[in-house]
Design a protein around this ligand. Sequence first.
Ligand SMILES: NC(=O)c1ccc[n+]([C@@H]2O[C@H](COP(=O)([O-])OP(=O)(O)OC[C@H]3O[C@@H](n4cnc5c(N)ncnc54)[C@H](OP(=O)(O)O)[C@@H]3O)[C@@H](O)[C@H]2O)c1
Length: 261
Amino acid sequence: MNVTFDFGRKNFVVVGASSGIGRQVALELSQSGANVLAVGRNLERLDALRKSSPVSLIKHPPRIFVEQLDVTTATPDEWSSVMENFTRCVGKIHGGVYTAGIWGLTPLNAFDTELARKIFETSFWGAVNFVQATSRKRFADEGASFVVMSSVAGDYAGKSLFAYSAAKAAIQSAVKSFASELVRNKHRINSVAPALVQTEMMQNEMYSAIRFDKISSSQLLGLISPFDVAGMILFLLSERAARITGQNFFVDGGYVVGSFA
Ligand SMILES: NC(=O)c1ccc[n+]([C@@H]2O[C@H](COP(=O)([O-])OP(=O)(O)OC[C@H]3O[C@@H](n4cnc5c(N)ncnc54)[C@H](OP(=O)(O)O)[C@@H]3O)[C@@H](O)[C@H]2O)c1
């Protein structure tokens, strides 16, 4: 049995939509009838995503809009202008997904300070700025749902991964705090924490340094696809998750239990 969602006449922002999990979420939202604002740095890839919008014969087919933004340098004014452009065209948003993230090893005795800072800025501060900008009353309809990306590394930090793991743990805590603030506008927010997902991030050469084979073999259900993670994210954005907020959801392919098997 397949599970489908109807996001017809809804509007969503997806940050990190040029690749991997974010791209899959943007595509599925669009295929489910939503207007999507796809944000990232790589304009060529975002344009390719825009062109893959489903062909439709209905009068006002859903559209994918594209904005180029570097989340590590974006100012509050830049975030506002991105949101202004989108909401002027389609109306207020019904939710947003933040998947921007970079990965890298940061061994305590020899870490690259710039890399560690960028990892934190992308996964944590970028997500914080995203939630602040997109959840404002002028941009978000009452009852909007937000999802940000954590990782199993946030709970089970690996060797030489302090920056990535700390950023992913920090975002889980921030989500719990944000949930109790956003509820004043009936908004919800949750995080999703995958284990190894088959995306470009996994092709990072440093992955081999953490004995990728060993880690992936702990995933009892095998490697995870962006489609698997998008399923959880779409559920959290949907009305079926209307009573869920401030939580973190593992999509780990059995990694945690497999590590102790
Ligand atoms: N893959 C995994 O095994 C795994 C496991 C657990 C958690 N996660 C988390 O899941 C999320 C998505 O990962 P993924 O595997 O889909 O990675 P991915 O394929 O490498 O995609 C990462 C996305 O982040 C965007 N991004 C990176 N830096 C950015 C910046 N400074 N400004 C704007 N956008 C930026 C990239 O877009 P541009 O290059 O266009 O900027 C890209 O769209 C990340 O937060 C990651 O930490 C992944």
